[in-house]
Design a protein. Structure first.
Length: 202
């Protein structure tokens, strides 16, 4: 039996649209016109206009700074994912876990990172953490069949036959043509447990 691990990008990001500078200027001119209609003096309108121009300029600089930080963050995150993937393939689980922790602090709905960290936690003997990661990856819709298969194998190691059967049954429902899952389920129903399980890593 093999513990399953594959690469699959999960979720994209959308950035909300902001008012363009031209739209802000049009709104600003409209507002100044309304002030004049309400009887405000030319001096008062000019003072307010200068004040609002400063605010708009400051807002523009702030938005530009945010955009630059966002782009830098995306670049750093992608670099971190590539480095984590290299560590994962090299079975350097300790460093991979540390890097995946950083990635998940930034992107908490990255199913692939939870899946990989689940394998690394299992390899280090942290079964509770591994179970938590695989359950999260499954809830995020990432390789659900493999997640439940791996969870079933971990329960064989614990051992917890009843929960292992639940997970393997779920895995088989999601992937009914897998002989590997079927054989693991039959073994568990016969009461065959193991001190170790080769969870899927591809």
């Amino acid at each position: 039996m093999n513990f399953r691990s594959r690469t699959h990008r999960t979720v994209g990001r959308e950035i909300p649209n902001l008012l363009s500078l031209a739209e802000c200027i049009r709104i600003f001119d409209l507002w100044c016109g309304l002030m004049r209609l309400r009887g405000q003096s030319h001096k008062q309108v000019c003072m307010v206009k200068r004040f609002l121009i400063c605010i708009l300029f400051g807002l523009g600089l702030f938005l530009l700074s945010c955009e630059n930080r966002r782009k830098a963050g995306e670049y750093d995150l992608e670099s971190a994912r590539k480095e984590a993937d290299a560590l994962y393939k090299a079975n350097d689980c300790s460093n991979c876990i540390e890097l995946l922790n950083h990635i998940l602090e930034i992107d908490s709905i990255d199913g692939e990172s939870y899946f990989k960290r689940g394998f690394c936690h299992y390899s280090k003997g942290y079964l509770d953490e591994s179970i938590s990661d695989y359950l999260t990856a499954a809830r995020l819709g990432y390789r659900e069949s493999e997640c439940y298969y791996n969870l079933g194998l971990i329960q064989m190691v614990i051992p917890n036959d009843s929960l292992g059967i639940v997970y393997l049954t779920k895995a088989l429902e999601l992937n009914p043509h897998s002989n590997e899952i079927r054989e693991a389920l039959e073994s568990l129903r016969k009461g065959v447990n193991s001190d170790t399980a080769n969870i899927y890593k591809m």
